[in-house]
Design a protein around this ligand. Structure first.
Ligand code: RUB
Length: 309
């Protein structure tokens, strides 16, 4: 494996690269690097190398279907090239695969732009918007709404223990959006005055349930208590096809030192650090996707049209 690819894996594991889209984009960049600079001298050699590297990339953050979908697409494309197009040389295959991956990145960008357009129309002028963690999809929606001339205030919750809410706060305020950072425990207090909630997505299941940063389900439940609209901004590529067969989305448990560095030693004390939680589709008013606004039960049919299994 190339050392640049190793670094991408390390950055994903250490959370230097965060968020489902950013992780998927880095993984695709790694595939391009590996293929373009590969020393493989045969077509089969290149294919085996791609399979091996993609396994390591997929396991760097195993709970990200957007990454898995991208990897599956790369593997299927390469397989079909070898099977049907029968490249004459390894260089021809390298070029085809790298070219396909570059197009995939462009498609991701176009999808995000479309989603931001749809989402920005939902943000009411003069409103109070609540969000959680840092989602590049959500900040894209909010920045687009601001660019449309809308005035609104965003409250981002700090998102313990890694404080991704600060990344959101910094990014939005740089874009001249009035932003308030608040502690996670203040959700109920601010919900009373909120007009809408918008969060990102790590995974969407076949039943329209959402997996996102831990604390998302609290926001969703409390928004329902106060009758505040709750949206998740999720490209259809966040869909996890395995959930159609009953697979439950794994919730990543991270190092407990992130929560408490030096806790007192006691056999009665345990610390837990789940990174994500699941929100049932019935608490979500709609998903904002690149194909428009869809209800949680319709996410599946829209996604299935796009994603190869
Ligand atoms: C980030 C997180 C984000 C989603 C969506 O968690 O939960 O809401 O990944 O992000 P972490 P995006 O910081 O642990 O990766 O919209 O950018 O794909």
């Amino acid at each position: 494996m190339r050392k640049e690819v190793n670094k991408i894996i390390r950055d994903i594991k250490s959370l230097k690269t965060q968020g489902a889209r950013n992780i998927a984009k880095e993984v695709i960049r790694a595939l391009i690097l590996q293929v373009e600079k590969s020393d493989a001298d045969s077509i089969n050699g290149l294919y085996s190398e791609l399979l091996e590297v993609s396994e390591s990339l997929a396991s760097a953050r195993p709970t990200e279907p957007m990454t898995r979908n991208a990897i599956k697409d790369a593997q299927n494309f390469t397989f079909m090239q070898i099977r049907s197009r029968k490249p004459k040389s390894v260089d021809e295959l390298k070029k085809a695969v790298a070219g396909h991956e570059k197009q995939y990145l462009e498609m991701m960008q176009k999808n995000a732009e479309k989603l931001w357009d749809y989402g920005s129309k939902l943000v009411p002028d003069g409103s109070l918007v609540l969000t959680h963690c840092h989602s590049s999809t959500v900040t894209g929606v909010l920045k687009r709404a601001k660019d449309l001339g809308k005035d609104f205030i965003v409250i981002c919750f700090e998102t313990r223990p890694r404080f991704q809410g600060r990344i959101t706060a910094e990014e939005l305020s740089k874009h001249k959006i009035e932003t308030i950072l608040a502690v996670d425990g203040a959700v109920n207090m601010f919900m009373k005055k909120a007009d809408m909630c918008i969060v990102g997505a790590d995974a969407v299941t076949s039943t329209g349930d959402l997996i996102n940063k831990v604390g998302t389900s609290t926001l969703a439940h409390i928004s329902r208590m106060h009758d505040v609209s709750f949206y998740a901004a999720a490209e259809l590529y966040k869909y996890d096809p395995l959930t159609l067969y009953g697979n439950r989305e794994k919730i990543e448990e991270r190092n407990t030192e992130e929560v408490w560095k030096k806790p007192p030693k006691s056999k009665y004390l345990r610390i837990r650090n789940p990174a994500f939680d699941a929100t049932a589709g019935r608490y979500i008013n709609a998903y904002i996707t690149e194909e428009g606004i869809v209800s949680p039960p319709s996410f599946l049919s829209s996604a299935e049209r796009k994603i190869l299994r």
